[in-house]
Design a protein around this ligand. Structure first.
Ligand code: FAD
Length: 527
């Protein structure tokens, strides 16, 4: 029997979850389908920078203004997801002095606050900066937790009547008489195919939006730009630090809790699944960034990751950095499909605005006259999203002082009770790795051991609690470690290399993990 849903959203990144919440607040609960897990795409593979807009003042004034306005709104409605670090733009000897000279007036033109700082003053604020800094400005950048943001949006939409299926891959879209009639998806838990008959379909599949549109016979011209990011073992700066120059590689360092994230690159790939951090990108980032902060050459990196930006082409294709990073809202009435809408491109910072515009279009098509409420209505902090915050799990452990509450992840001090709370929120995870899902919703596996020790302990705990049986735990570990390996293989030198050797000895020497049966899980994209 077909599942009925007034609005079907395809894609569980920040855009899809934002649209789900916006529509739910207008009285239109939606069904959201995500082929893997929440934030499995670019929403889980970005810098986590809440842009002040200053980065775009020279290249894209509209994007700059959108970022400024949305940054102000998000600080009001989702303060729990934001660390208001402030930001700096710094130029070093050899950088383009014309760009430096134009920067303050370009900021003023977009009403983006910026304050000139003396190079000596800026090095007092951020001692890791190079002594070759020649100009510096303070701006209102911040760090945002994209996992908490999506999980809080999703959770709110569910309390308002929405529903979600993770591990649910849309495989076919059937059209009839100028409308989408049916959407087919495969439930990765059971392998069963299901059919949804929605009134409207929102394609929020990010970089995969073109592939979803093609299923309906529509076409979107997309360029896929993959970006690589490196995570440092310690927090290098208190503030976000941007290089004051035309957008290029390795020009942003974003602090997040106890670490910093350095990036990024822009490499055109031929498919959104073909995205993984490479040694060349890691080398290039470090080589470039050390001019801004010399410590970035010698610091220990614990992980690399990457995400794909879908850049919508209009007219001639330029290189990936010259194509607009604004968002595209497409009414597929242009392709003869009245009940199909695509929202793609854009930024984490502008997700709320993207969701608002999409929901406006959906409501107009449904004949619903309900205003958007997300500009002012706070996104409630949720049980789903709370454990992604660095420092929360250790605080909880210290406050509870429960003798039997063992710490399972020592690097990030995530205790057994926190793991149990996350499992309680997870629901059915057959067909997907519980360990990976726990890692996505917490700091597990994000510290220096990168899952080497906590992976084993949590797997043991999952057996104790009856969540795992037979040899499934080894397969769980393998899936988890393979994902982590993808992250640390490009940065293997020094200590991380020794750690990787130790991990191999533990997992393969002790547990024969390399022999684990892979058939428990659907293989990951690009793996
Ligand atoms: C390297 C990099 C750095 C960035 N840094 C920043 C930053 O610092 N600040 C900022 O504001 N923005 C940043 N961005 C941009 C930001 O990450 C994206 O704009 C945002 O995450 C896009 O969210 P989305 O929900 O539209 O797409 P995604 O997060 O990609 O979500 C799409 C979802 O659709 C799912 N899906 C695909 N196909 C199907 C299917 N057939 N069935 C079901 N589900 C499907 C995918 O699994 C995925 O979860 C960065 C982007 C990149 C790549």
């Amino acid at each position: 029997m077909a599942i009925e849903a007034r609005v079907l959203i395809i894609g569980g990144g920040v855009t899809g979850t934002g649209v789900a919440r916006d529509l739910a607040l207008r009285g239109v609960p939606c069904l959201l389908l995500e082929k893997r897990d929440i934030n499995a795409g670019a929403s889980g593979g970005n810098h986590g920078l809440l842009h002040s807009g200053a980065r775009y003042v020279a290249s894209d004034m509209e994007a700059a203004v959108e970022c400024r306005e949305e940054g102000e709104i998000l600080r009001r409605i989702s303060p729990q997801c934001i660390e208001d670090t402030g930001g700096l733009f710094v130029a070093v000897q050899g950088d383009d002095e014309d760009y430096v000279a134009d920067f303050p007036s370009l900021c003023t033109r977009s009403s983006i606050p910026s304050r000139k700082l003396d190079p000596a003053e800026v090095r007092e604020l951020e001692p890791a900066l190079s002594d070759r800094v020649i100009a510096a400005y303070a701006v209102e950048d911040a760090a945002v937790d994209p996992f908490m943001l999506s999980l809080d949006n999703l959770s709110h939409s569910l309390t308002l009547g929405g529903s979600v299926q993770r591990n649910a891959r849309v495989t076919a879209v059937e059209t009839e008489g100028g409308r989408i009639r049916r959407v087919r998806f495969v439930d990765g838990n059971s392998g069963a195919e299901h059919v949804v008959e929605p009134e409207i379909v929102v394609n929020a599949a990010g970089a995969w939006a073109g592939l979803v549109a093609e299923m309906a016979g529509a076409h979107i011209d997309l360029l896929y730009s993959s970006g690589c990011l490196l995570v440092t073992q310690d927090r290098i700066s208190r503030r976000v630090v941007n290089r004051l120059r035309k957008a290029s590689d390795a020009d942003i360092l974003v602090p997040g809790g106890t670490v910093s994230v350095l990036g990024t690159t822009s490499v055109t790939v031929d498919h959104p699944d073909h995205c993984r951090p490479t040694v060349e990108e890691a080398d290039r980032i470090i080589e470039d960034a050390r001019a801004m902060m010399p410590i970035l050459e010698t610091t220990r990196y614990i992980r690399a990751y990457s995400g794909v930006r879908p850049l919508v082409l209009s007219g001639d294709a330029g290189d990936a950095r010259s194509v607009s990073r604004g968002f595209s809202l497409i009414d597929h009435a242009r392709d003869g499909l009245d009940n199909f809408v695509t929202i793609t491109g854009g930024k984490l910072t502008t997700y709320r605005l993207m969701a608002e515009r999409t929901a406006d279009m959906v409501c107009a098509k449904l004949g619903i006259d309900a205003p958007c409420r997300t500009r002012t209505e706070p996104v409630p902090a949720s049980a789903m999203g709370m454990w992604t915050e660095p420092g929360r799990a250790p605080r909880n452990w210290v406050d509870r002082r429960a003798e039997d509450d063992l710490v399972l992840c020592e690097c990030e001090m995530v205790s057994r009770s926190v793991v149990d709370a996350i499992i309680a929120e997870l629901g059915d995870m057959r067909g997907r790795s519980m360990l990976k899902a726990i890692g996505m919703r917490s700091r597990v596996g994000k510290g220096p051991c990168q899952g080497g020790f906590c992976g084993l302990r949590i797997t043991g705990h999952l057996y104790d609690q009856g969540h795992l049986s037979g040899d499934r735990g080894i397969a769980e570990l393998k899936a988890f470690v393979e994902r982590r390996w993808r992250g640390f293989s490009p940065i293997l030198w020094g200590l991380p290399l020794m750690q990787a050797d130790l991990q191999e000895a533990l997992y393969c020497g002790m547990l024969d993990m390399e022999l684990a049966r892979p058939e428990y899980f659907e293989s990951e994209d690009g793996e």
